[in-house]
Design a binder for this molecule. Structure first.
Ligand SMILES: *[C@@H]1O[C@H](CO)[C@@H](O)[C@H](O)[C@H]1NC(C)=O
Ligand SMILES: *[C@@H]1O[C@H](CO)[C@@H](O)[C@H](O)[C@H]1NC(C)=O
Ligand SMILES: *[C@@H]1O[C@H](CO)[C@@H](O)[C@H](O)[C@H]1NC(C)=O
Ligand SMILES: *[C@@H]1O[C@H](CO)[C@@H](O)[C@H](O)[C@H]1NC(C)=O
Ligand SMILES: *[C@@H]1O[C@H](CO)[C@@H](O)[C@H](O)[C@H]1NC(C)=O
Ligand SMILES: *[C@@H]1O[C@H](CO)[C@@H](O)[C@H](O)[C@H]1NC(C)=O
Length: 435
């Protein structure tokens, strides 16, 4: 038994409430239907038109602000004002500020963010800039009691982390941070993030699909002696809108992969953006070319945010359609991709799968369980404690361990965007100065 009946009932009730309150407007619903129609075979118009329409509908799901709740029509003056803030993490080793990521947030969201490790900081370039915050990952205090209860739970001390290689995770998180760089600097592997822990990498193919705004690359890592695939997430400006829109998504597409159980469903948008963009064809071609030269090495598939969803689907693709025997997934800040049948099937097909979550990261809490979604295991919850210490919680095998990331999400929804942008000391956003 994975989910208690009580939780399911509560979820269903909440679902009714939240779906009612969200009151998806006709525009948003049409964008969704547009995407759905375009992604099914046999749609009218040329295949190129259908692909372009699907890409536009998908981009609209990211970039358009979410539909306002129904009550806002009665109180239009209650509309949230958006603020632009820049968030820079303190580099844990040097203590200096890293390059900032920009976020556009409603003022109410900003307050939630400020409670969780964000502090105003002076912008060295423009001291009058009051939109500049630093992110001190050592300043998380409310989680300490939770950590204590966690560590004294003997069940949790069982042999769960078998096979989790933390130095591999760290190196992969650095490769994923590089996936946010400019395609040309990835192809020549001379970006500013490409040295240090990331040195010794030979890129094979860099795929940037402008229409879908997706990017990934594949290459050979000498230190890991492995083929590595890495996908970036979306522009940090649109994360907030994307997360709000994801709250109304449903599992609606059965994957056409060999051996897929009939009831394994994912969100069609995830699959279409992987398969309909250049990612699937060009990444698998790159993997094939590398397998010719390195036939017996494992393939690590990794990604952040939307890129983590792409990594989950890509790993299945490599296993089932390419017949690669040893595919391993390390994902960072992944949304839920499909339903529970999908999650269990994924875990059978892809033997090694670690899904990292961080503090109160907003993205792993969507799309919600009450819309049919269920996380793949095995979650590794990274929690920043006081004084630079970090708790690495290896969670149970269910995928939805209630004592991990789920435990800090109020009513199932977590709130932090800054936690989403920082994983294992790597900042996941495009570098403003290029990289
Ligand atoms: C970060 O937070 C910790 C804990 O609150 C504090 O000891 C440390 O001085 C802070 N670092 C900076 C650079 O503000
Ligand atoms: C953990 O479990 C694996 C097999 O599942 C076993 O090979 C390994 O030795 C165990 N480690 C410890 C410390 O018990
Ligand atoms: C990558 O950066 C180079 C120079 O920094 C620039 O000329 C080029 O347009 C950039 N490419 C993309 C895809 O942004
Ligand atoms: C990276 O390498 C390319 C080609 O070798 C070169 O044109 C470019 O200037 C280099 N960029 C940096 C930042 O060194
Ligand atoms: C995908 O690969 C094809 C064939 O090599 C190439 O023509 C195309 O430009 C690639 N697309 C992207 C987005 O990299
Ligand atoms: C994925 O894309 C390929 C090539 O564009 C296409 O042939 C295939 O039918 C797609 N798969 C599904 C399940 O739609």
């Amino acid at each position: 038994m994975r989910a208690g009946t009580r939780a399911a009932l509560l979820g269903a009730l909440l679902g009714l409430l939240v779906v009612g309150a969200a009151g998806a407007t006709t525009a948003a619903r049409q964008a969704r239907l547009g995407a759905d129609r375009a992604m099914r075979p046999g749609s009218p118009g040329s295949q190129e038109d259908a692909r372009a329409a699907a890409a536009l509908a998908w981009r609209a799901q990211f970039e358009s602000p979410p539909p306002p709740p129904w009550w806002r029509r009665l109180w239009p003056w209650a509309a949230p004002t958006q603020r632009l803030i820049r968030v820079a993490p303190l580099e844990p080793h040097s203590g200096s500020l890293a390059a900032p990521a920009e976020l556009r947030l409603p003022a109410s969201q900003l307050e939630a963010e400020l409670g969780a490790g964000l502090a105003p900081a002076v912008n060295a370039v423009d001291p009058r800039d009051d939109a500049f915050f630093s992110y001190n990952s050592s300043a998380m205090t409310p989680l300490v009691p939770l950590w204590l209860s966690w560590m004294t739970d003997l069940g949790r001390m069982a042999n769960r982390s078998h096979g989790l290689d933390f130095s591999t995770a760290w190196r992969l998180s650095s490769y994923v941070a590089i996936s946010y760089c400019n395609a040309s600097s990835i192809a020549t592997w001379n970006c500013s993030r490409c040295g240090g822990i990331s040195a010794g990498f030979t890129p094979e193919a860099v795929v940037f699909d402008e229409l879908w705004d997706l990017q990934g690359y594949v290459g050979y890592s000498a230190p890991l002696d492995a083929i590595v695939v890495a996908f970036r997430g979306t522009d940090s400006h649109s994360i907030y809108n994307w997360v709000q829109n994801m709250r109304t998504w449903r599992t609606d597409l059965a994957l056409g992969y060999p051996g897929a159980p009939p009831h394994a469903l994912v969100h069609g948008g995830f699959f279409t953006s992987y398969n309909g963009s250049a990612l699937a064809a060009n990444i698998t071609a790159g993997v094939q070319a590398l397998r010719g030269r390195h036939p017996d090495v494992p393939i690590y598939v990794s990604g952040h945010s939307l890129g983590a969803a792409m990594a989950t689907l890509c790993a299945l693709d490599l296993r089932l359609n390419l017949g690669a025997p040893d595919v391993r997934v390390y994902s960072f800040g992944s949304p839920r991709v499909g339903n529970q049948v999908f999650a269990e099937w994924f875990e059978e097909v892809v033997q090694v799968h670690w899904r990292f979550t961080h503090n109160r990261d907003i993205v792993p809490s969507v799309p919600p369980g009450y819309m049919g979604f269920y996380h793949v295991s095995r979650e590794v919850w990274v929690v920043d404690l006081l004084f630079g210490h970090t708790l690495v919680g290896v969670c149970d095998a269910s995928g939805e361990d209630q004592a991990c990331h789920n435990s800090v999400c109020h009513l199932g929804l977590c709130s932090s965007l800054s936690d989403h942008l920082l994983y294992l000391s790597e900042m996941y956003s495009p570098h403003p100065m290029g990289c």
